[in-house]
Design a protein around this ligand. Structure first.
Ligand SMILES: [Zn+2]
Length: 249
């Protein structure tokens, strides 16, 4: 075995898997094909990509025809090292590009799922009260999703006043909020949910809350129709939600 230099760039041999070579070759060729179709004669990489795709195809074929995976792979690696005309670097760059896009897409989906969980939490909780508001629950039920931690919290109207702890930052957020609606500013379900989050995350000051990371969904009891329904913003809460850049869904 030859000794590796201290800072070694990955070799072609490192970049081709030791097993599942046929499947890998098919995947690499498919990836290249997607870009190759859009290439014209003016693309300087086109010829190199052409050659590499043919060689990948040959690699697949040789394994299908009975050549051992190890020797087919060895021949391919040798070919890239000696005869590649730029296709390999192109492949690596495009593979990284595709993987980056996939990771971004996955992060975006995760983010959307967390946001949606605010609604799910509120709906799950209000399902426990099919008879609507009463002694057990207030008029409004809220789900709160935190995209920083992925955690969710619930709150019900009227509960904050009876909470074990009223977080100092919650009190700070409510200070100076004008009572625009016909109920006290601390009576809302949003307040209880936010209080739980502040306690759980051990927040010490308002500035620790990043804008655009908290999502609230509210369900309210409609006495006239006798059912829970999604509710839009309460004007009291809007004031302090704005202070921390929280959103509603
Ligand atoms: Zn409110």
């Amino acid at each position: 075995m030859t000794e590796q230099p201290h800072i070694a760039l990955p070799t072609v041999n490192d970049q081709v898997p030791a097993t599942g070579v046929k499947e890998w070759a098919f995947g690499a060729r498919t990836l290249l094909d997607g870009f190759h179709r859009k290439m014209t004669i003016l693309d300087r990489e086109k010829e190199g990509v052409d050659l590499l795709m043919k060689r990948l195809s040959r690699l697949e074929f040789s394994i299908v025809s009975g050549t051992s995976e190890g020797s087919a792979r060895g021949a391919f690696v040798e070919w890239v090292e000696e005869n590649d005309a730029g296709g390999w670097a192109y492949y690596l760059a495009k593979k990284a590009e595709v993987e980056r896009e996939q990771a971004e897409e996955q992060a975006k989906r995760r983010h959307e799922m967390i946001i949606a969980s605010a609604r799910e939490e509120a709906v799950n909780l209000r399902r426990k009260y099919p008879g609507g508001k009463g002694t057990a629950v207030g008029t409004v039920i809220v789900g709160l999703a935190d995209t920083v931690t992925g955690k969710t919290y619930t709150g019900t109207s009227g509960a904050y006043a009876y909470a074990d702890k009223q977080h100092a930052v919650m009190e700070e957020l409510l200070a100076g909020v004008p009572e625009v609606e016909s109920w006290p500013v601390n009576a809302c379900a949003e307040v209880e949910a936010m209080n739980k989050l502040l306690i759980a995350r051990k927040i010490t000051k308002k500035s620790e809350i990043q804008a655009g990371t908290l999502y609230f969904h509210a369900e309210t009891w409609n006495s006239r129709d006798g059912k829970w329904q999604a509710r839009s913003a309460c004007k009291n809460c809007d004031v302090w939600l704005k202070k921390i850049g929280a959103c509603r869904i």
